[in-house]
Structures are given as structure tokens and as C-alpha cells.
Design a protein around this ligand. Structure first.
Ligand SMILES: Cc1cc2nc3c(=O)[nH]c(=O)nc-3n(C[C@H](O)[C@H](O)[C@H](O)COP(=O)(O)OP(=O)(O)OC[C@H]3O[C@@H](n4cnc5c(N)ncnc54)[C@H](O)[C@@H]3O)c2cc1C
Length: 500
């Protein structure tokens, strides 16, 4: 192993081969602090050639490699094991924007570019790079590609996969595969880039990509809508699509429980609606109380929440007044059809941001409540209401009082179906029932022909569950691809697919 470390130091310079525990610490614990690894070293190559040199050296020594981007992944995919025998390859120094081609509407970026940096570069050129996640200040393009990240723009622009035209990849052999083509049409056989997108670093190391840009929208129409049921929200989605077409950019659902958490933990966030007459004294049907002893401020603000909320946004390169008129027309028809109870339309950018904050802070607000059980699932949009209703009922029967913190990108059929411990129950005690809860929820997802991972990937977290939900045939094709590209199993072993 010392010989390998010497080779790596020679290739990268000693300052970029980290072995001291205090130096490697930021790279060995995952975002949610569920996994902590013990690596042989963390290396920080500066360009594609250096990545290739590292991979060749590790391959020759038979040492496993763990690619890492911004380390914001939620499934332990970028965390090494505890064998002290794996090398973490951090791509953070590959952070150059290689080219921006306004006429081709493309940007060529290295894998370590922070997502916000790419968005800013596009914006400076009067374009939009539409991938947008709450972690965009830390996650990097290589990680986004390797997890096929989603986020809030998927409804209109697609996942990272749909935003990608070309890739550059260092294969497990150390060879560089140059697929950096900025073409929207290219029918020359297997489209190899798709193998590496969403592969969670198990097939090679992405070093650069050509990504699509779009015209920057100049106007948005944003509304927060209150309704009673997810079924009404799905009907509203159909209405918004019919009226707005491609201008429908976001359609985010969150329950009263989510809003209650945000208002509790983010004092800067204000309740979006005034209580309806006579509503101060009783909770709305269907909303679950999260706090047994709310403060007076909380009690006043929260006692009457509507059961469900939807954040709807239309955007376009047009006039704000047109989008305001569109938003109003959709909401008026929804009100007439009895689909919604109340709505607020943002009249300024500050108000728009305030409405978005109510949705974007849900995940962090839930984290403040202590450990919880998360599910990042998708089902066909048409099945969302039935999925929520039937899974809620099964959970209530099996785990009475478990609080459902359900939110997500309804327009994409993607739900974060999260669960917190019943009031008064120690979150750790509830978490001990993780396997049983997961099985119940994921079996329900499977009944609706959904996916147990809509956005975050499999990593270590769901690796052992995967065989339950994929057929033997599908798994054997995946294993065949892995064996073809990484015959020695050195590229991020133990992630996505079980080894052996
Ligand atoms: C607050 C918060 C909000 C989030 N919101 C969303 C969301 O809305 N939608 C969403 O999809 N995800 C979301 N995520 C999850 C996460 O941010 C994304 O999965 C992101 O794409 C991971 O990027 P990263 O650079 O941090 O990757 P990492 O965590 O470093 O790595 C993720 C996986 O990719 C592999 N990998 C990384 N770089 C490379 C490379 N260059 N080549 C090959 N493999 C590589 C790693 O080995 C690992 O398997 C969120 C996370 C947080 C903390």
C-alpha cells in the first residue's frame, strides 16, 4: 500500500494525497451522518489526466476506488467502507467551466463544478441551467450526473439525464472515454453516456459533461394553494397542465404537517393564509399535530391549517402580466370546480421567495425534529392519491400515531413519504423499526408499479432492498454491464449492487 501512496503522491503532488485522520474527516462521513468510513487515502486530482493516473495506479494495485463530489448524497454512495483499503477520489479540483456555446445552447463543465456555479455561469450568459436542488451550493455536477439528480425543475426540463448531451469518463481501466459531444441528434449506436448517468460511480469516474442550456425565463406566476386532499391536488395538476402547457414549471405538494414544521422551526416564515372564520378553535380534518405543547404564537398560527398545500409555478420568456393572468385563470377554474379552498398569488419576487421558502425548508425543518424514516419514492402521477391513501391506512394500522411528513414533486410523481415518531415516542425507538416500516412502504410502492428511489439513488442505504423490487432478469443485466466495464469490481464496490 505504501508503494501505491508513493505513486499517487508522485502523480498529484503530496499535498493532494490526504491520509491524516483530521484531513480525511470531511470526506469520510456522509451528509446524514449514517455512515463513517476509514479510507486508505483521499486524493484530490486536478484534471482528467490526473484522475486517469490515479485510476491506473489503483487498478494496478487492486485497490478499490470511491468517487466523491460534494458529498451531499443521501444514500451513503460516496462514503468508503471501514477497511482502510479504499481510496476516495474527490473531484472538487476539477472545477473549470471549459466552454459556453450560446449558439448551441450548451455549457461544458468539469465534474467538480458546484451546481450553483454552473447556474451562475449560465445566467451571466443570459441562459438558464435548470437543474435546481436545495443542496445546489455544495453538490457538484459529477455527483448530479452520477445520481441523475432531480429537484424542482424536472416537471418542465427533466432530470439531469435529460439535460446531458455529452460526457467524459475515466473507465475503471484508467482509459479516458471521450463522449463530449454537444449534439441533440446522434444515432450512431448505443448511447453510452446513459450508462454512467445514475450509476453512482460504479462504472467509472465522470470528469466532464456537456449540458443543455435554455432561454432564461423573464416572468413567473407563482401561487400557493390550499386544498383538502392529494386527489384534488392531482386534479389541479391536470388543470394547470391543460392551461399552462410547457409553461408549468413546478407543482410541489406538501401536507399541513410539513407546513407546521416549517413554521415551527423557521420563525422568518409566515403562515400563508389567514384563518377562515370560525377556524381558530379546531384543527382541519386530516392534519396531524406535530407538537404536543406549542407556544401561544404557534397555537394561534397553526391551529387551523388546511390539510394539503400546492406550490404552483408557471414561467416563461414573456410578460409577467400574462403569467399572472394565466395563474388567476387556473385558480379561478379550480375554485369553481371545488378543487381548492384558498390560494395566494405572489405579487413580487420577495413574495415568490417567501412562498418557495415554505416548501424548500420542509426537509431541514423535519431534521430539527430528530431522526426520522425517509422514503424517496415515485409512482405514476395518476396513482399518487391512491398510493397516499392506502399507504397511510396501512401505516396507521401497523404503527399507530406515526407522523407522516409527506411532500414532494407531485408533477413528477415523486413523493418524499417521510415518517416521524409518534408524539411522545423516542425517535430512536421508532427508528429501530426501520426495516419493517420500509418494507411496508416499499411494498406499497411496488403494488403501484413505482420506484423505491425516485431521486437520491441506492448507495449503501437501499442496496439490500433492491433485489426485492427488481426482477432477477433486470438485476442480471445490470451485473453484466458492471462486469463488462469493471471486471475486477474496483469502482465503488458495495454501492448500488451487492458485491460477490
Ligand atoms: C439539503 C439537500 C437537498 C437535496 N435535494 C435533492 C433534490 O431535490 N433532488 C435530488 O435529486 N437530490 C437531492 N439531494 C441529494 C444530493 O444533493 C444529490 O444526490 C446530488 O446530486 C449529489 O451530488 P454530490 O456532488 O454531493 O455527490 P456525492 O454525494 O459526492 O456522490 C453521490 C454519488 O455519486 C458518485 N459520484 C460523485 N461524483 C462522481 C463522479 N465525478 N463520477 C462518478 N461518480 C461520482 C458517488 O460515488 C456517489 O455514489 C439533496 C441533498 C441535500 C443534502
Amino acid at each position: 500500500m505504501n508503494a501505491l501512496l508513493d505513486t499517487l503522491r508522485e502523480a498529484l503532488g503530496p499535498a493532494h494525497v490526504l491520509t491524516e485522520p483530521s484531513d480525511v474527516l470531511p470526506f469520510v462521513v456522509d451528509w446524514r451522518r449514517r455512515y463513517e468510513g476509514l479510507p486508505l487515502a483521499v486524493v484530490r486530482p486536478a484534471d482528467t489526466e490526473e484522475v486517469a493516473a490515479v485510476v491506473r495506479a489503483c487498478a494496478a494495485a487492486g485497490v478499490a476506488m470511491v468517487p466523491q463530489g460534494g458529498n451531499t448524497g443521501l444514500c451513503g454512495g460516496a462514503t468508503p467502507d471501514r477497511s482502510a483499503a479504499q481510496v476516495v477520489i474527490s473531484l472538487g479540483r476539477l472545477n473549470r467551466i471549459r466552454a459556453l456555446d450560446p449558439d448551441n445552447d450548451t455549457i461544458t463543465v468539469e465534474a467538480g463544478c458546484v451546481l450553483a456555479q454552473v447556474q451562475a455561469a449560465a445566467s451571466e450568459a443570459g441562459r438558464l441551467f435548470p437543474l435546481s436542488l436545495a443542496s445546489e451550493g455544495s453538490c457538484v455536477v459529477g455527483g448530479n450526473l452520477s445520481t441523475n439528480a432531480g429537484g424542482t425543475g424536472v416537471l418542465r426540463y427533466g432530470n439531469t439525464r435529460e439535460l446531458t448531451l455529452g460526457l467524459e469518463v475515466v473507465l475503471p481501466s484508467g482509459d479516458i472515454l471521450d463522449l463530449l459531444r454537444g449534439l441533440r441528434k446522434d444515432n450512431t449506436g448505443y448511447d453510452l453516456k446513459h450508462l454512467f448517468i445514475g450509476a453512482e460511480g460504479t462504472l467509472g469516474i465522470i470528469t466532464a459533461a456537456v449540458m443543455k442550456l435554455y432561454p432564461a425565463p423573464t416572468a413567473a406566476g407563482t401561487a400557493l394553494v390550499a386544498c383538502d386532499t392529494p386527489r384534488q391536488a392531482v386534479a389541479l395538476l391536470g388543470l394547470a397542465r391543460r392551461h399552462g402547457g410547457a409553461r408549468l414549471t413546478a407543482f410541489e405538494l406538501f401536507s399541513a404537517t410539513c407546513l407546521e414544521l416549517v413554521l415551527k422551526h423557521y420563525p422568518g416564515c409566515v403562515p400563508p393564509f389567514s384563518p377562515p372564520a370560525g377556524a381558530m378553535s379546531s384543527a382541519s380534518a386530516g392534519s396531524q399535530s406535530l407538537t404536543s405543547t406549542p407556544s401561544m404564537r404557534d397555537r394561534k398560527a397553526l391551529a387551523w391549517l388546511y390539510p394539503q398545500y400546492v406550490l404552483v409555478e408557471f414561467s416563461d420568456a414573456g410578460d409577467t402580466a400574462d403569467l399572472a393572468a394565466l395563474t388567476e385563470a387556473v385558480l379561478a377554474e379550480a375554485l369553481e370546480a371545488g378543487l381548492i379552498r384558498d390560494a395566494v398569488i405572489s405579487a413580487s419576487d420577495a413574495q415568490r421567495k417567501a412562498l418557495w421558502a415554505l416548501r424548500e425548508n420542509v426537509s431541514e425543518a423535519q431534521a430539527h425534529e430528530g431522526r426520522n424514516i425517509k422514503h424517496d419514492v415515485s409512482v405514476p402521477t395518476s396513482a399518487i392519491a391512491d398510493f397516499i391513501e392506502s399507504t397511510d391506512a396501512l401505516l396507521e394500522a401497523a404503527f399507530p400515531g406515526a407522523r407522516r411528513v409527506t411532500f414532494g414533486h407531485l408533477g413528477d410523481g415523486n413523493l418524499h413519504y417521510n415518517l416521524a415518531a409518534p408524539v411522545g415516542v423516542d425517535p430512536l425507538e421508532f427508528e429501530a423499526r426501520l426495516d419493517a416500516v420500509n418494507e411496508l412502504v416499499h411494498d406499497s410502492v411496488a403494488r403501484f408499479r413505482g420506484s423505491i428511489s425516485a431521486e437520491h439513488g441506492i448507495g449503501q442505504l437501499k442496496r439490500d432492498e433492491l433485489p426485492r423490487y427488481k426482477s432477477a432478469t433486470e438485476l442480471s443485466v445490470m451485473r453484466a454491464v458492471k462486469a463488462a466495464l469493471d471486471p475486477n469490481g474496483l469502482m465503488n464496490p458495495g454501492k448500488l449492487l451487492a458485491t460477490g
